[in-house]
Design a protein around this ligand. Structure first.
Ligand SMILES: [Zn+2]
Length: 326
């Protein structure tokens, strides 16, 4: 062997007669790739995305993502947030309305990825809003009950809030913002009247600008909420009607829309995304629940209560007519 020349040794542990042929090697590669498919992240497009499949509700982890909060800490946080809200708002105590809203919400929660029952309360406010916190606390404003025209619409709005809990948006957002005070979180997630009250309580100067993350979470809550509504048996397209009506109302009376709509870039693009989700991920069903007489009764009762209250307020401020003395 001349100096400088290299000699390489091919050491093989497999006996020559057992070496796989090219064909077998290719086969093994294909089998290996198929076996690895479930391990691939959902966004790579090859693995089946459980998040988009309503059949997988309850058998998937929709709250995946960077999160500094353990589930236990999240539960405690949710309870504290709910307590904070109850200090800031007036709860609407009407047994019939409360029972109806609670039944509807529990039914949606059962068909969601959240594995615990919700504590559902109606907030005595005409602002169109709803909010849910970890640990299963859902607040529904009377304004939302008045604004929705069918049970499917109300279910859609409530399911969207339940989806925020399922996907752990509160603590994922808090992780990103490293906001550790409850009032700050109430502000982010509730906005509107409750948010302002919490902000005042916490002496916070301005809302925290996390619009980008907010929007991402809003889209995710729309997707999951639609699935919950669909699985519960409601018409998922009702949510499009609701948002479109809400937007036209906002044009007529600015300030009507609260957190439910404002975090999104535009209602039109949101509705387009909802329609696409319905078309591409929800198998059409022969029939859906759109409305019930219980919803109609609840709404009529609530309208009557508020009409009576407005009348009392109007009467209180009406100028008194006095007979002129000559
Ligand atoms: Zn939302």
């Amino acid at each position: 062997m001349s100096p400088g020349s290299k000699r390489t040794f091919h050491v093989s542990l497999t006996p020559r007669h057992m070496k796989p042929s090219k064909f077998v090697k290719r086969r093994l590669r294909i089998v290996g790739a198929v076996l690895l498919l479930p391990l691939l992240p959902p966004h790579c497009g090859l693995a089946k995305d459980k998040k988009k499949d309503p059949e997988e509700i309850g058998n998937r982890n929709v709250g995946r993502g960077i999160n500094f909060y353990s589930f236990e800490r999240e539960m405690i946080l949710g309870r504290e947030l709910a307590k904070e809200v109850e200090l800031q708002v007036r709860i609407f105590y009407d047994p019939a309305i409360g029972e109806y809203v609670n039944r509807l919400g529990q039914n949606l929660a059962r068909n969601s990825d959240v594995r615990l029952p919700f504590t559902i309360k109606v907030v005595d406010s005409e602002e169109v809003n709803a909010c849910a916190f970890p640990g299963g606390f859902l607040f529904v404003n009377a304004g939302l009950l008045l604004m929705t025209e069918t049970e499917a619409e109300l279910a859609g709005a409530m399911a969207h809030e339940i989806a925020h809990v399922a996907a752990r948006h509160a603590t994922r957002q808090a992780t990103r913002a490293t906001i550790m005070d409850y009032a700050g979180l109430v502000l982010i997630f509730m906005g509107g009247e409750v948010g302002y009250a919490a902000r005042a309580a916490a002496h916070l100067a301005a809302p925290i600008g996390l619009a980008k993350f907010s929007r991402m979470f809003e889209s995710e809550a729309d997707l999951l909420g639609l699935q919950y509504v669909y699985k519960t048996g409601y018409d998922p397209t009702a949510l499009v009607d609701f948002f479109e009506r809400l937007e036209s109302l906002e044009h007529r009376t600015p300030g009507t829309m609260a957190r439910l709509v404002l975090a999104h870039p535009s209602t039109r693009s949101r509705c387009r995304a909802i329609q696409k989700t319905i078309r591409t991920t929800l198998r059409p069903r022969p029939e859906y629940v759109v409305n019930t007489s219980e919803f109609e009764n609840m709404r009529a009762r609530l309208l009557a209560i508020y009409a009576q209250r407005h009348k009392i307020e109007r009467d209180a401020y009406r100028p008194m007519l006095k007979a002129r003395r000559n």
